[in-house]
Every structure is written in C-alpha cells, then in structure tokens.
Design a protein around this ligand. Structure first.
Ligand SMILES: *[C@@H]1O[C@H](CO)[C@@H](O)[C@H](O)[C@H]1NC(C)=O
Ligand SMILES: *[C@@H]1O[C@H](CO)[C@@H](O)[C@H](O)[C@H]1NC(C)=O
Ligand SMILES: *[C@@H]1O[C@H](CO)[C@@H](O)[C@H](O)[C@H]1NC(C)=O
Ligand SMILES: [Zn+2]
Length: 408
C-alpha cells in the first residue's frame, strides 16, 4: 500500500513539477505561434464583425482561441492568418485579403489591453514586456497578391510580415503541394521567372517567406534563392507521417543549412496521418525536427481554428504549457525550450530584417499578361492585349495582297 502510494506520487508529483517548470519558463519567454485562423472563424461566424456581444473575444465559445485561452497558454506572439480560399483566386482575393488584414488590426484597436499589433522583431520584444500578445499578419497564399509586386508592396505597408507562397492551389508563378500528390499539374516546376522576382522582392522588403503548402520543387527553388532564412509556419515532419503537407528529410537538412525554421502543425492528419493523435505524437515531431534540422530550427505553428481535429491533450491554445512540460520531461534544456518558444522565430525575423534593404529600388517587373487567368481582367499597360485590338486582323489584311503579288 505504502509502496503503491510512493509510486503514484513519483509519477504524478514529477508530472506537476514539469508543468510548474514550463510555466516558469513561459512567464519569461512566452510562445510565438506561427499560424492561427481565428480571423477566418470571425469571418465565417460573424461576417468579420467583432463588436456583436457573441463575438466578444473574452467570452467567445466554440473556437480553439479566445483571450482567456491565449493567456492560459502563455501565447505572447501570434501570426494571425489573413487567409482567403483558393476559390477567390482571379476573383476577389485582394479585397478579401485586405478585409482579413483589417480585421486583425481591429482586434488590436478593440482589445488594446490584450493585443499589440506588431510589424518588427523589436515590436514583439515590446509586447513581451507589456505582457500583451504581439499580433502579426501572415498572408496565407500567393493568390492574395494577384500576381502583382505592387500589391505585394502595398500589403507589406499594411503590416503583412509573412506570406505563404501558395495555399492549396498553384499560383501562376509557384506550385503547391497537391502537385506532389498528383492532384494538380506542375505549372512552374517550383518557381516561374516571375516567382523568382516575388521571392527577391520579399527579401528586399523584409517579408518572411513561408513554405507551408508549397510543392517540394518550390521549397528547393526558394531555399536556394532566398537571401534570408525562411519559415514553414505550420508543417510537421514527413518521415513521421507521410503527408505531402509535411517537410521531407532532405528539406529539413536545407532548413538547417539556411538557418530556417519549421513550426510544427498539430492537425491530426499531419501528426499521425490518422483521425486520432495525441500530445506525445506532436512532441515526437518536435523531437524529430530538432534532431535533424537542429535546436535552432524548430518552433510551434498549431494551426488552431484552421483545422477540425486536434490531438488529445492539445484541444485549444490554453494547452501549450502541457506540451512544453512534455518537452522538459524529454530532457530538452531550458535554452532549447526558449529557442523553440520564441527565440528561433525572433532570430529568423531579425535576419530577414537585416537582409531587407531600402538601398535597392523597388522591383518593377510585371508578369506576362498571358500567364494570368480570368476573362474579366482588364489589360491596361499591356497594349498587345487590349480588347479593342483584333490580334492578327491587320497583318492578314496587309499580307494577303503581298502574298498574291509574290505568287504572281
Ligand atoms: C467583452 O466582454 C467583457 C466582459 O463582459 C467586457 O468588459 C468588454 O467591454 C467586452 N468587449 C467588447 C468589445 O464588447
Ligand atoms: C499516443 O498515441 C500513441 C499511438 O497511438 C500511443 O502509442 C501512445 O501510448 C499515446 N500516448 C499517450 C500518452 O496517450
Ligand atoms: C544545424 O546543424 C548543426 C549540426 O548538427 C547544429 O550544430 C546547428 O545548431 C544546426 N542549426 C540550427 C539552426 O539549428
Ligand atoms: Zn494552412
């Protein structure tokens, strides 16, 4: 009986000890998460409105994220996803992206005691000091810039600090992961000529390049081209779950070489390749990426409010300390934990900021008109494609008599 009690206490008391230690560490270095879709939930539930009583973020129910849950989870930095679905491509993608970015900025305006809208690594440090959630904007999907470097720059000025090059569809200039599953045709074989200009302009501006959702060929093209480290804002390890949204080993090696960062996704389908998963399996992904890509290359990108099932033990954003406790139980050092929590992302962000340059002039390249889809698009600036001009009509009129003369 006494032995049994001692044994139980050993198990339980030490479990609590790791959680206490996690809380102590997270009070000093809170967590920065790479991807959260709360803005998409607000759009779907309340058509983007934050002020109705039922949308109040201190009481919001039925979501993985609200203000009390963020506090309990020691979330001190969040890249909020300005996500718009692929079906907006060539339609109202830019408008809807602007609206989601505005929604994120309204979160900071309406809850100034909780959120601090941040656009730099220094802003994140400031938010940590004020015990607020540094709120950053990640635009999920290159279709949001509608193949325009002008739109890219405008979104930067409005606060976009990462852009995922594709969502689950090709853009005219970069291929997505469905290509690797055989469900989409390769179009750019990684990056097109214009896609390379997008990457260079993101480097120049200081926008973090996000490679979650892109094809392996796109990952390779970007990792060899980008002057700054990149992130995977919400992806896990392919070796542990053979899903094409995850990061394969040879890419993890490039992640190490380029001092880039993989922020682990918690979606069951990417963690266990099954409907069910648990906290310990998420820790396996973190261990795996830490061992292969390095302790400087691992972070968290839960994908909360963007997915329909999550591991047992990680049901909402308040559960982060339990995951940190598990990493401590697995003998991660305090430094390794703090790096994964925030310092790795801060290092990547600072390097991106350092690479950015006001000394280089804006990139004025434009995509070929024929590379873009949609028949409701105007063609100003592309004289060869003006609708008034009947291509071929005039030359035929002129060449026919000439041909006739030549035949004579
Ligand atoms: C949300 O609810 C809290 C608590 O009831 C209240 O203090 C706060 O003013 C509300 N905020 C908004 C924006 O409605
Ligand atoms: C998590 O799931 C795995 C695979 O099903 C299982 O082996 C393991 O015991 C589970 N761990 C916990 C703590 O439930
Ligand atoms: C890359 O790998 C090396 C060797 O394993 C390691 O020392 C280094 O810390 C890793 N880099 C990062 C960013 O983790
Ligand atoms: Zn996503």
């Amino acid at each position: 009986m006494w032995n049994w009690w001692l044994f139980s206490c050993l198990a339980l008391c030490t479990a609590d000890q790791f959680r206490d230690e996690a809380i102590r560490i997270m009070s000093q270095t809170p967590l920065i998460d790479g991807h959260n879709d709360l803005p998409w939930q607000i759009l779907k539930k309340f058509n983007g409105q934050l002020q109705p009583k039922e949308a109040n973020l201190t009481q919001l129910e039925g979501t993985h994220t609200n203000i009390p849950k963020l506090k309990a989870g020691f979330v001190g930095g969040q890249f909020w996803s300005a996500y718009v679905p692929c079906e907006t491509q060539n339609k109202d993608a830019v408008r809807r992206t602007l609206e989601q970015m505005d929604l994120i900025s309204r979160m900071c305006t309406i809850y100034p005691e909780t959120f601090l809208c941040a656009t730099s690594s220094a802003d994140i440090a400031q938010a940590f000091q004020e015990k607020k959630v540094a709120s950053l904007i990640g635009v999920e999907g290159g279709h949001s810039i509608d193949s325009s470097l002008g739109v890219l720059r405008a979104l930067y000025r409005l606060g976009m600090r990462y852009m995922t090059l594709t969502h689950s569809c090709n853009t005219p200039w970069a291929d997505n992961w469905l290509v690797d599953r055989g469900d989409d045709k390769p179009q750019s074989n990684g990056l097109s000529t214009f896609g390379k200009e997008v990457v260079k302009e993101m480097n120049r501006l200081g926008v973090i390049i996000d490679l979650s959702h892109v094809s392996v060929a796109t990952m390779e093209a970007v990792l060899s081209l980008s002057q700054a480290p990149v992130i995977f804002s919400h992806s896990s390890a392919y070796e542990l779950c053979h899903h094409k949204r995850n990061v394969p080993d040879h890419i993890l090696q490039l992640v190490n070489k380029t001092r880039s960062l993989v922020m682990v996704n918690f979606y069951n389908e990417y963690v266990s390749c099954q409907k069910e998963a648990n906290l310990s399996q998420v820790a396996d992904h973190l261990d795996y990426i830490k061992n292969l890509a390095g302790p400087g290359a691992v972070g968290f990108g839960g994908d909360y409010d963007g997915v329909d099932n999550l591991p047992t033990g990680l049901q909402d954003v308040s559960a982060y300390p339990d995951l940190i406790a598990e990493l401590l139980r697995r003998k991660w050092t305090e430094t390794e934990v703090k790096n994964a929590l925030a310092n790795n992302l801060l290092r990547v962000f600072r390097e991106v900021e350092k690479v950015s340059s006001n000394n280089i002039l804006p990139n004025e390249n434009v995509i070929e008109f024929s590379e873009m889809e949609s028949n409701c698009r105007t063609s100003y600036g592309y004289p060869d494609h003006s609708p008034q001009h009947q291509p071929g009509a005039l030359p035929v009129v002129l060449t026919l008599p000439l041909l006739y003369l030549w035949l004579l």
